[in-house]
Design a protein around this ligand. Structure first.
Ligand code: NAD
Length: 499
């Protein structure tokens, strides 16, 4: 059985804690590897290693740091197929989707090539008599990232690329469900010229996370995962005086106005609701058609599309829309929520619970499910299902539709489909959600903008990647300087003002 250890000090090392977790191939249901779960001592050693390497890296000029990112981008492109295969084998998503996972991270590495420009400070000449004032952005030191299973390439890169480009050292604690790709990424960073010790991948579970949160060297923690853990990490990290940005779960609504192109809306819903088996934090899980006739027409278009979804293992290539869920527990949980929806009285128009994949009977597959007449009080409406299940909640008016995402506890993404600019503009302005799509179902901002949800979907005040990433991984120092020629006689006892 393959054993996956850690990546510390620029090389793969074996785990020494004696604790392991199973890594499944979700398509076959087989255990394909065991990943080491780090002890406190292993985490401490990785952090000490990172702390020793960081000062020289911070002193390396930003253009040279950026060149490592440039080379890293080349290597990601070179190894794209290999990375996608390893990702699909552990996660279960299709190969084209796995490539998308890598590419969305690669795009952040590309953005980080601009580090020399992004790290420039501000300067005011003559802020007072003979006084100049300027600011610098300096790295924090050693920082850490704790990431989820659903984007094992993209989210680690969203974190370590800006952190390293800013001159920090990084400890990555990836998901224990798909640990291979993060280590492959770390190897590529070394090949790209990153000095050893600056990017460490330490696998583990809660003990490894707690070791990060309690460590006094680590200055900042970036987390992505479910909301209860995001809240836990945020409160424990900030209580220990660390900077923290913690992104949580979601329940993304898409409103379909009566004037929308319903064919387009139905296609968008099927892709956004069922792609990656619904295991995306930006998946659309609630469709809100406005008006009875819009709802009836939408269901009529959606049902055959959901029934026709092609489900299969990633090895089937491009001929598959989505793969299995990540684990047997995830499959049982999602099917349980569908059972619950039926009990609560929602109308299950398409039932994918009985789906079985010939030749892959032990894989964690289920078919797409479509619910109609879901209401606000139902558990399936309140809970993030994180599976191939789309709920239709009917609304009589725009205001009633708007009120649904507005009053939901999550605030990651949302979308509206309409041909009316005035409605779209009103929606974008009034909605209390971090990422909004107008006739775009999954509005994931590109690398040079920032990504982050509101309400229970995000804790902390800076988003991921884009300019916010550079702010999060640096602190500002402001220097006020006056040279001797500007010195006046004697001491001044009154606070200087700019009058
Ligand atoms: P998860 O919360 O189970 O795990 C995330 C990370 O936390 C993993 O590294 C895991 O090892 C660690 N962890 C798990 N339990 C822990 C505990 N008790 N104490 C300390 N650490 C713990 O999330 P997941 O199942 O890997 O990912 C799916 C979730 O992530 C969904 O809720 C999804 O919406 C969310 N997500 C959010 C975003 C976003 O940007 N908002 C992006 C992707 C995924």
């Amino acid at each position: 059985m393959e054993k996956i250890g850690h990546f510390i000090g620029g090389k793969r090392v074996e785990g020494t804690s004696g604790r392991y977790a199973d890594v499944f191939n979700p398509a076959t249901g087989e255990v394909q590897a065991q990943v080491a779960l780090a002890s406190q001592e292993e985490m401490d050693a990785a952090i000490a290693n990172a702390a020793a390497a960081q000062p020289a890296w911070a002193a390396t000029n930003p253009q040279r740091r950026a060149r490592v990112m440039m080379k890293f981008v080349d290597l990601l492109n070179r190894d794209m197929d290999k990375l996608a295969e390893a990702l699909s084998r552990e996660h279960g998503k299709t190969l084209p989707d796995a490539k998308g996972d890598v590419i969305r991270g690669l795009e952040v590495a590309e953005f980080c090539i601009g580090a020399p420009h992004l790290l420039k400070g501000e300067f005011t000449e003559g802020a007072g008599p003979g006084i100049d004032m300027y600011s610098m952005r300096q790295p924090l030191g050693v920082v850490a990232g704790i990431t989820p299973f659903n984007f094992p390439a993209m989210i680690p890169m969203w974190k370590f690329c800006p952190a390293l480009a800013c001159g920090n050292a990084f400890i990555l604690k990836p998901s224990e469900r798909d640990p291979s790709v993060p280590i492959m990424l770390a190897e590529l960073m070394i090949e790209a010229g990153l000095p050893e010790g600056l990017l460490n991948v330490v696998n583990g579970d809660k003990s490894a996370v707690d070791a990060i949160l309690d460590d006094e060297t680590i200055q900042a923690v970036g987390f992505v995962g479910s909301t209860p853990i995001a809240q836990y990490v945020y409160s424990r990290a900030t209580a220990a005086g660390k900077r923290a940005q913690c992104f949580g779960g979601a329940k993304n609504h898409m409103i379909i106005m009566p004037d929308a192109d319903l064919d387009q809306a139905a296609d968008a819903l099927v892709g956004a609701g069922y792609g990656a088996a619904g295991e995306r934090c930006m998946a659309v899980s609630v469709a809100v058609p406005v008006g009875e006739s819009t709802a009836n027409a939408l269901i009529e278009k959606l049902a055959p599309k959901v029934e026709a979804l092609k489900i299969g293992p990633y090895t089937a290539g491009n001929d598959v829309d989505f793969g299995p869920l990540v684990t047997k527990e995830a499959l049982t949980r999602v099917k349980g929520l569908v059972d619950q929806g039926v009990k609560e009285g929602a109308n299950l128009v398409v039932d994918g619970r009985g789906f079985s994949m010939q030749g892959y009977e032990d894989g964690f597959f289920m078919g797409g499910c479509l619910f109609d007449n879901v209401t606000k009080d139902m558990d399936i409406y309140k809970t993030e299902i994180f599976g191939p299940v789309l709920s239709v909640v009917r609304a009589e008016s725009y205001e009633e539709a708007l009120d649904l995402p507005l009053s939901h506890e999550y605030g990651n993404g949302t979308a509206i489909f309409t041909r009316d600019g005035d409605t779209a503009r009103d929606f974008a302005s009034r909605i209390n959600i971090g990422m909004v799509g107008i006739n775009v179902p999954i509005p994931v901002p590109l690398a040079y903008h920032t990504f982050g949800g509101w309400k229970k979907s995000g804790f902390g005040d800076l988003n991921q990647h884009g300019p916010d990433g550079f702010k999060f991984y640096t602190r500002t120092k402001t220097v006020t300087s006056r040279w001797p020629s500007g010195l006046k006689d004697g001491a001044e006892f009154v606070i200087p003002t700019m009058k």
